[in-house]
Design a protein around this ligand. Sequence first.
Ligand code: ASP
Ligand code: MG
Length: 412
Amino acid sequence: MGIVVQKYGGTSVGNPERIKRVAKRIIECRKAGNMVVAVVSALGDTTDKLIELAKQITDSPPEREMDMLLSTGEQVSIALLAMAIKSMGWDVISLTGAQVGILTNNVHTKAKIIEVSCERLKKELNEGKIVIVAGFQGVTCDNEITTLGRGGSDTTAVAVAAALKADVCEIYTDVDGVYTTDPRMIPEARKLDVITYDEMLEMASLGAGVLQPRAVEFAKLNNVVLHVRSSFNYNEGTIVKGEKEVSDSGIHREKEMVVTGVAYDLNTARIGLFDVPDKPGIAKKIFTALAEKNINVDMIIQGATRNGRTDISFTVAEDDADKALEVMKEIVEEIGISGVSCDKDVAKVSIVGAGMITNPGVAAAMFQALADENINVQMISTSEIKVSCIINKKDTEKAVKSIHKKFNLEGN
Ligand code: ASP
Ligand code: MG
């Protein structure tokens, strides 16, 4: 008997009808001769509503109590799903994170999984039961309830799959898989058959919200093959794994494969520092001040030096822009910088692809696509598997469309 771990997101179990449909789907997998563990999220937007509720009580709820509150969402869905399966005549048991033994550290509201114990899971599976596990939650060694950060049920599923050495971890969602770009923005976006962990990580952290980045990291670390697919149909979804297969001809199966996808991120802002003294220790001062305030910096560019002075610009999340500007204003005088600017009207567009590093001209083709649309590139950064550009926010859709077309990513 194979072991299949399935994860159903909030939309998939959004109402009683959908819960019953998910129950049938789990039973089908069991009937096919598999041992099945299903990890579920809270119904619909329950977690958002619980957060809203807490805010109505206080602006700063204690994080321990937040976890106590948020973990209830998943407890509702596992109970209802188990009832649905039982009513269809199958043996089933629902378990909370603590009952499974999902051990986490004690960082409330964004805890990390340390270990998943298999004992209880295996015992129930060996008795022939379908096991339903509450996603997004765990327990510390002091018996405190924790949650794993938004979207954390993905990580629960991957961790359970890794612990059980499952044959596959199926992530059921409301879209057909991972796309070459956001299909809501670009209808020509194509579903990918396969994507590597590294590509998926870039796509996920660049704002393609199908999978929690930490879940992808965990899958990569433990070599868990993921299958991202829709719970609303039976189409094959997207396989996320270590490496794509090479077909007989030696050419990757996906069309050309140099660029796998185009991601964009609207939550970005650019801070500019003018006339910065060009001498040792200055960059350290600037970026230490930001780090001390827990502000994450993404791209950094330092211009050419004129008369011992230079310009530096960097990007931060738009939510952090005001805080970053404040921090900079505090140090301009001390450092002797003549001006600071902040532009929130920017976006980051990126191409991602594991085949990029061995193919010359990929970045040039991206810049061509932007130039064709008369879009100005404000900043550029590159890594082995991505090229990112900062552009004016209003040009985002035009840019993504043009780049997507340039690399022939449209549906076939
Ligand atoms: N219910 C949690 C959330 O909304 C966890 C999850 O859905 O993965 O973030
Ligand atoms: Mg999700």
